[in-house]
Design a protein around this ligand. Structure first.
Ligand SMILES: *Cc1c(COP(=O)(O)O)cnc(C)c1O
Length: 473
């Protein structure tokens, strides 16, 4: 046998096997005539190139990340270690007999999430919050089809996340929007006015996207159920309520969770995420299959689900994300409650300290997040919320969510999470106050921001509407 040194042709040849690739079957007009001209660069140079690109990314390891509605809490590194353990590195087609440990982990995670939500049955399959929403709405649709009621409408408050109407539509429903009242909550009269026997469900987020708890949720649940309709709970804001209340107590029938928000798994560039969906007993037979069950002796994948909507993801979901979430839940234990308590405390602290400098359209006690408005700065100093957001980047701070929720003009939506220290929160307050003051004394400085980023202002709208996907030198 020849050694690796004899086989290798060095960097130009990159041919460790000595076998020529057979290109005879490729039509000659498809064959390249000239050399591709790839730069000959050493591995170290390539590595430095990508490292310097990755250094341009902002992440929570670099600075404060108060992105409202996204729960950018710290993702403990031990989660990464555990999800990378060789024992979890199984082929998804492994039989149940070879994957008892992984199935047990999923089973235990199901149990933990059921306890946290108060619900009766759950699927771990969906791979994002929006995917969970669609799964939940498909369950609701199939439920009404099965009981022979052809309900077509879904009610959604005007403060909702844009994925809510999108998911309802994708599941085949029409959406009906209702206005929020002056307290930023669902207007019961507006709800009653659109309620009829054609309404399948209401999609609610509680606390809602203004960070305000819907005080009338029990009454809403009663009204909906009396009409034969169901209640869907968008659990993206779960970080506000863990251990204090749950969607079952509030009267919901279906809920999704965002493991990449509340349960400290990475958001990572759009995925992979996980959006488990939990339901009450009467919707149990509609869950996607398989669910993970235990017969007292062995864990198994249960495909025997009577009215299942089918499968919504290949295999069982993003397993390594599930490992991370389970690790977090085990590490936190009853302290999950403290996470919510501190998240709410931190948000209220920031709100109280900032409300004299920015408009606060809904001056209510908030939950884990709150929404300011940059209207005052815009009208008095010509500085928009976008300018304010860009100015924060100069101070190594990720801007909050801006221009959402849509019902607040010049919205600035701040969610500090429980992970931050009081010192960090005070630094942020100082920064926000400084920006408000500069807006008056030196607005040009804010208008010209960011000053320190490699790219100044980018035309995001144009980039989204007319993407140029061609490679350029
Ligand atoms: C993040 C979010 C969603 C969507 O979740 P994804 O995991 O991003 O798909 C839905 N509703 C609310 C309120 C959210 O904040």
């Amino acid at each position: 046998m020849r050694t690796i040194f004899e086989k290798s042709n060095g960097i130009d040849g990159i041919n460790l096997t000595d076998e020529k690739v057979n290109i005879d079957y490729i039509p000659s007009n498809f064959l390249r005539k000239n050399s591709i001209g790839l730069p000959q660069i050493g591995e170290l140079e390539v590595m430095r190139h990508y490292k310097s690109l990755s250094d341009l990314n902002f992440c929570i390891e670099k600075g404060f990340y108060p992105l409202g509605s996204c729960t950018m809490k710290y993702n403990p590194k031990v989660n990464e270690f555990l999800s990378g353990l060789e024992e979890f590195n199984l082929h998804p087609s492994s039989c149940a007999c070879d994957s008892q440990g992984s199935l047990k982990l999923m089973y235990n995670l199901q149990k933990a999430l059921l306890e946290i939500t108060g619900m009766d049955a759950i699927t771990l399959q969906p791979s994002a919050g929006a995917h969970g929403e669609m799964t939940g709405m498909m369950i609701i649709r199939k439920y009404f089809d099965t009981i022979g009621e052809n309900r077509k409408k879904v009610i959604i408050p005007d403060s909702a996340h844009g994925t809510n109407p999108a998911s309802a539509k994708m599941a085949g429903f029409e959406t009906v929007e209702i206005k929020s009242n002056e307290k930023g909550q669902i207007d019961i009269e507006a709800l009653k006015a659109v309620l009829d026997k054609d309404v399948a469900a209401i999609m609610m987020t509680n606390p809602n996207t203004l960070g305000i708890f819907e005080e009338k949720v029990e009454e809403i649940s009663k009204i909906m159920h009396e009409n034969g309709s169901l209640l869907y709970y968008d659990g993206a804001n779960f970080n506000a309520i863990m251990g204090y209340t749950n969607p079952k107590l509030m009267g919901f029938d279906v809920v999704h969770l965002n493991l990449h928000k509340t349960f400290s798994t990475p958001h990572g560039g759009g995925g992979p995420g996980a959006g488990p969906v939990a339901v009450v007993e009467k919707l149990k037979d509609y869950l996607p299959k398989p669910t993970i069950c235990f017969d007292g002796d062995k864990y198994f994948k249960n495909y025997d689900i009577k009215h299942s909507i089918g499968s919504v993801k290949d295999f069982y979901g993003n397993f390594s994300v599930l490992v991370r979430a389970y690790a977090y839940i085990l590490m936190m234990g009853k302290n999950l409650k403290d996470a919510s308590e501190n998240a709410v405390l931190n948000a209220n602290y920031l709100k109280e300290k900032l409300k004299d400098y920015y408009d606060l359209p809904y001056n209510e006690p908030c939950m884990h997040e709150f929404v300011l408005s940059g209207e005052k700065q815009k009208h008095e100093n010509g500085v928009s919320t976008l300018n304010i957001a860009k100015a924060m980047m100069d101070a190594n701070t990720h801007p909050p969510t801006v221009y959402f929720p849509l019902i607040v003009h010049e919205a600035i939506m701040i969610e500090p999470t429980e992970s931050e220290t009081k010192e960090k929160l005070d630094e942020f307050i100082e920064l926000m106050v400084e920006i408000a003051q500069s807006s008056k004394t030196n607005p040009q400085k804010i208008l010209d921001a960011p000053h320190s980023t490699p790219v100044k202002k980018i035309d995001e709208v144009n980039a989204a509407r007319h993407p140029d996907l061609n490679f350029k030198d």
